[in-house]
Design a protein around this ligand. Structure first.
Ligand SMILES: *[C@@H]1O[C@H](CO)[C@@H](O)[C@H](O)[C@H]1NC(C)=O
Ligand SMILES: *[C@@H]1O[C@H](CO)[C@@H](O)[C@H](O)[C@H]1NC(C)=O
Ligand SMILES: *[C@@H]1O[C@H](CO)[C@@H](O)[C@H](O)[C@H]1NC(C)=O
Length: 311
């Protein structure tokens, strides 16, 4: 603001106007300093900044950054698994960011269940980040291209993988593979290719993960209740089973209908070529549709997608 003070040669009238303007600014404005940004950089071609998140813990402010094409220093034998970085906002003159150890080890293959063997190559860790809505919030970081290769002679199953990271940003992380089920081996069918975590949101008690590949890309969402350790999904009648709708490509949650109700929102951007948004409420262990809205067709063209689905 001092720099904005009018030079003495300005006419009094202009000064008065500026003075009034500045007084109002002092009371109401929110300044973004465009001249002195803090710039954090990551490895070239790592897609550093694909997702970003603010985090606060123990009097320290952080920016958490996803770099889904990065090589990981904790998993050097995995090909481009992606990485999540933490960048301290204050007392960090060199603007250094450090990779977080998500505790995944250095094995390219990981055992994850009776008929589950994880393949982390190109898993896109850090494609989405979300933070629990409270003081000392946990962080959700996902890798939608994580694959189960247990049946790899017939089917490679891109289930997707998410980690819950504690507020300290170190120590034990909790894995979530919401689309894995013992003995399910078909690609496309049910959740075989669900790619959970391409989008995610974290409320106080729920982890919401979009899974656009389920049911031949009809898509769905997977909601994990931390307290009960159970998953909720939309009930069958709630969603139109249009293939290639990509339901779950974007998700959010909040108290939109009433202060005590958690409404979960998910986008299906390719539904009928126009897109559709659903709002769900929790009813027992299922999600029941409470609202839907369709998009309008743009230029008679189908939606354009930026995120990569290729395996
Ligand atoms: C990364 O990219 C920047 C900008 O293009 C370039 O100046 C720099 O030399 C690159 N660094 C490496 C290690 O390739
Ligand atoms: C990761 O490592 C591979 C193999 O060494 C290399 O080809 C690739 O360029 C690296 N990726 C990044 C983002 O540094
Ligand atoms: C999560 O589960 C607990 C225990 O069953 C239940 O009391 C709570 O209402 C659930 N939370 C939500 C948001 O549904």
């Amino acid at each position: 603001l001092p720099r904005m003070a009018p030079p003495a040669r300005h006419k009094a009238g202009v000064q008065k106007v500026l003075y009034v303007y500045l007084s109002i600014s002092v009371a109401f404005s929110y300044n973004i300093d465009l001249q002195h940004p803090l710039v954090f950089r990551g490895p070239n071609t790592s897609f550093f900044g694909y997702s970003v998140l603010e985090h606060y813990h123990d009097n320290t402010r952080w920016v958490i950054v996803g770099a889904p094409r990065a090589n990981s220093s904790y998993s050097s034998s995995v090909v481009s698994p992606g990485a999540v970085f933490k960048c301290r906002l204050h007392n960090n003159p060199e603007r250094r960011c450090t990779e977080m150890d998500l505790g995944r080890g250095n094995q390219p293959r990981e055992s994850c269940g009776k008929t589950c063997q994880g393949d982390r190559d190109d898993e896109w860790m850090g494609v989405s980040l979300a933070r629990q809505d409270r003081v000392n919030g946990n962080i959700l970081a996902c890798a939608h291209r994580w694959k189960n290769v247990y049946y790899d002679s017939e089917h490679i199953l891109p289930h997707g993988y998410c980690s819950i990271i504690p507020p300290t940003l170190q120590g034990q992380t909790k894995p979530l593979i919401p689309c894995y089920e013992d003995y399910k081996q078909k690609y496309g069918e049910e959740h075989g290719s669900c790619q959970a975590g391409i989008a995610g949101v974290f409320t106080e008690e729920l982890v919401v993960m979009g899974a656009p590949g389920s049911y031949y890309w009809t898509g769905t969402i997977k909601v994990y209740n931390l307290t009960s350790d159970t998953f909720y999904s939309p009930n069958k009648d709630s969603i139109d089973s249009h293939r290639y709708s990509y339901l779950g490509y974007a998700v959010t949650a909040g108290h939109f209908s009433s202060p005590n109700v958690i409404d979960i929102v998910a986008g299906a951007p390719q539904h009928s070529g126009c897109g559709k948004v659903y709002v769900f409420k929790i009813d027992g262990t299922s999600l029941v549709k409470s609202f839907q809205a369709s998009g309008k067709m743009v230029h008679e063209q189908h939606c354009v997608f930026a995120k990569c689905f290729n395996i």
